[in-house]
Design a protein around this ligand. Structure first.
Ligand code: MN
Length: 260
């Protein structure tokens, strides 16, 4: 039976038949004027490919001029994906901007903070990637390293921007953690396209993955009630990788959405 036909069956009958429509997930994006001078909404297609590969329906959410609309969006989807992008405005965690900090995008910050608040309130699962763990940590009261290479002497190269799909540093994952179970491994190697990371961890989150230099690479919620996985690398870029680790994160998210 095609998915179109399944969608035409009333909800009550569909659940009786054991059929499910693919869960829809809100995917945050950015808006900027870097292409042709027009202000455009933009999202790396790798997120769409990875989510669709896991059987999910991505719904792109732009930075909103009315972030309070996040509640109505979250109420209509099964989960939330927070994607990579701009540096979070350091004013949101009480710091002045570092000289290597990027131009903030407050519409995006405010929209994602509202999405996180709504997701927590409604217990919607969250998959957060790159900027995702950063805005998540800030939204819940944590702080960031504004520039790892300046703030953490001796740190590894985390900003390998020219090697999007290369595994450039190791990550140690806590055995039995949500991330560890999703990836099926406790030591992996990841791509790394970031110059910031979580510093002081917010209440309600715990660290379950670190790089060998101590930089936080994975966060998750500390309760079962709100399912959150947040990784500092880019699993969406590794959808075609011979190792299944990164696809495992999307699979775990999709499995959780199917349970709810
Ligand atoms: Mn890294």
């Amino acid at each position: 039976m095609s998915s179109t036909l399944v969608n035409e069956i009333p909800d009550s009958k569909r659940s009786r038949l054991g059929l499910r429509v693919a869960p829809a997930v809100a995917v945050s994006s950015t808006a900027d004027s870097t292409l042709g001078g027009a202000h455009r909404v933009r999202l790396n297609s790798a997120y769409i490919i990875a989510l669709e590969s896991a059987g999910l329906v991505p719904v792109v959410v732009p930075p909103l001029s009315r972030p309070e609309a996040a509640r109505s969006i979250v109420s209509r989807v099964e989960g939330i994906v927070l994607t990579g992008g701009e540096d979070v405005d350091p004013a949101l965690y009480g710091q002045a901007r570092h000289e290597k900090g990027g131009e903030p995008n407050r519409d995006r910050d405010d929209t994602e903070i509202a999405l996180i608040a709504a997701a927590r309130h409604m217990h919607r699962p969250v998959l957060a990637i790159c900027r995702g763990p950063q805005i998540l940590n800030v939204a819940l009261g944590g702080t960031l390293y504004q520039d790892i290479s300046s703030d953490v002497p001796g740190s590894l190269v985390h900003d390998a921007a020219d090697r999007r799909t290369s595994r450039v540093h190791d990550v140690e994952i806590e055995p039995g953690s949500r991330i560890g179970r999703a990836m099926g491994a406790t030591r992996i190697s990841v791509n790394s396209l970031h110059h910031q990371s979580a510093r002081d961890v917010a209440p309600g989150l715990r660290v379950t993955a670190r790089a060998p230099d101590g930089i936080i690479e994975g966060l998750e919620s500390d309760t079962d009630g709100w399912w959150v996985i947040a990784v500092q690398w880019h699993p969406e870029e590794m959808n075609d990788s011979p190792e299944s680790w990164d696809r495992g994160l999307f699979r775990a998210f999709a499995d959780r959405l199917a349970e709810v």
